[in-house]
Ligand binder design. Structure first.
Ligand SMILES: [Mg+2]
Length: 225
């Protein structure tokens, strides 16, 4: 079911597809992102010699103030985030298996497909390869290419569009974090919010920068048939 606060979706003019990675390419219900989050807490615990509760609080604080924990470690602690990023993304992918529906859906989508992530290209590559869908994507614009400025920082959307060669007015962006769709919408990109909770009481439901809402990637594409 396509859940749209506005009108029906016209994809005839679409030539570019911009996908977030975490909780978008794989469903939010999967156990993957909790693994990343757990490794972040563990990294802070070990690096700063904190209790688990304090490490959790630090992660939350850095995320809230800097947009990503890695950016917070750079800004506040002068750390090179490379080691942190490679540690937190070293997750177990044994639950990720080939998904024929996902593969064929992506294969049938006309236009250029790219990944736009606050994680790393290496993390994206591992997940896309585990699903065996990596060949559908022409580009991955990651946090390193963004010089550690995370979504929703507006400037990186322009950089991403320039690097990928995607025309904003002919593009769709799919993302689970609603706030990350605002700069996309401001640039004329059609925005699809993947809200796995589908909580209609959320204030974001009527946010003007959300064009369409779906539960997850596959239900979005099913709704187009
Ligand atoms: Mg995400």
């Amino acid at each position: 079911m396509l859940l749209s606060p506005r009108s029906t979706l016209d994809l005839n003019h679409i030539t570019g597809w911009i996908f977030d990675l975490d909780n978008t390419i794989y469903p939010a219900e999967s156990g993957l992102f909790p693994q990343v989050a757990e490794r972040m807490t563990h990294y802070l615990e070990a690096t700063f010699n904190l209790t688990r509760d304090d490490a959790f609080a630090m992660r939350r604080d850095l995320f809230e103030r800097f947009g990503t924990t890695g950016r917070g470690l750079m800004e506040e602690h002068g750390m090179d985030p490379a080691e942190f990023l490679s540690f937190v993304h070293d997750i177990d992918l044994s639950e990720v298996v080939y998904d024929e529906e996902l593969d064929s859906t992506l294969g049938n989508l006309p236009g250029k497909k790219v990944i736009f992530t606050n994680g790393t290209t290496e993390h994206a590559r591992r997940i896309l390869e585990a699903y065996r869908i990596d060949h559908h994507f022409e580009y991955c614009y990651d946090i390193i290419e963004a010089d550690h400025r995370p979504k929703p920082e507006a400037a990186i959307y322009d950089d991403m569009l320039a690097r990928t060669g995607i025309d904003a007015s002919q593009a769709v962006m799919l993302e689970d974090m609603q706030v990350n769709l605002k700069p996309a919408h401001d640039r004329g990109i059609t925005t699809i919010w993947l809200d796995h909770e589908l909580d209609w009481a959320k204030s974001g439901m009527t946010a003007p920068h959300i064009d369409y809402i779906a539960r997850d990637l596959k239900s979005f594409f099913r709704s187009l048939r």
